[in-house]
Write a protein that binds this ligand. Sequence first.
Ligand SMILES: NC(=O)c1ccc[n+]([C@@H]2O[C@H](COP(=O)([O-])OP(=O)(O)OC[C@H]3O[C@@H](n4cnc5c(N)ncnc54)[C@H](OP(=O)(O)O)[C@@H]3O)[C@@H](O)[C@H]2O)c1
Length: 256
Amino acid sequence: MTTHHPTAPDLTGRTALVTGATRGIGLAVARKLTACGATVLLNYAHDEARAAEAVRSLAGLPGTAAAVRADITDPAALDGLFDEAERRLGGLDIFVHNTSYFRPSATLGTAPDTVDRSLAVALRPLLAGAPRLAELMAGRPGRIVAISSAGARRVVPRYVSAGIAKAALESLVRYLAVEFAGRGVAVNAVSAAKVDKGDGSVPAEVAKAIVGRTPGGRLTTPEDLADAVALLCTDEAAWLQGQVLVTDGGLGLVAG
Ligand SMILES: NC(=O)c1ccc[n+]([C@@H]2O[C@H](COP(=O)([O-])OP(=O)(O)OC[C@H]3O[C@@H](n4cnc5c(N)ncnc54)[C@H](OP(=O)(O)O)[C@@H]3O)[C@@H](O)[C@H]2O)c1
């Protein structure tokens, strides 16, 4: 006899907003939250057709999903995104800030504007959004999760603008955690090194080298990060504050 277990953890009735959720890691997070029963808003900025496809791909899961267009670097659009969350969901239990901005370049010669944009994308939704999130999460066991990367702490070749932005993002997570803790809202980050999105973006040689060094013996997938986000959304994770959950099969633990 087969026993049906609902997808764990059970987030039935929770509401969530995920930035940059129409592909890659953001979509995996949205899929996991929807599979766990949450009502999820998928934010995106440009590609409407892909957003519609992303929403379609979540049909039939226990929760519900809808897409909302807003360029989170535009202050008015960001405000509009929170208005939309309030209008459609009434309030928020979960906010996942996933979007990042990255243009590969060596550190010497990197245009300061590129760093400014990476910083704006990383910080603005949480910094400008914090008062809105405080309102939207009032009286709820809120969860704010930022998606970070190994480049926050280690020098990844040609990753300088995003690396600086992720370091700032992890610092902001700690500052916000202290001020949100008394409101019953937990603020944390989930981080990974290279993620295999199944789109050929990890060249075979690179994949082989990473797998060889990873104690867990495979590449990290978007679903690994999505599972870590869902864990942070459980009631049992309420006392975790300001932490960076490194989701990498142990890769970051080994030297070399
Ligand atoms: N990929 C990796 O190997 C890796 C490793 C570790 C950590 N991470 C982190 O994981 C996160 C997601 O990475 P990813 O590679 O999955 O990203 P991605 O595939 O490039 O997805 C980007 C998403 O963000 C949206 N977006 C882009 N600019 C936006 C803006 N200004 N406002 C609102 N939405 C915007 C895109 O929609 P539109 O195109 O419609 O705008 C899309 O939904 C990032 O924080 C990244 O640093 C990635």
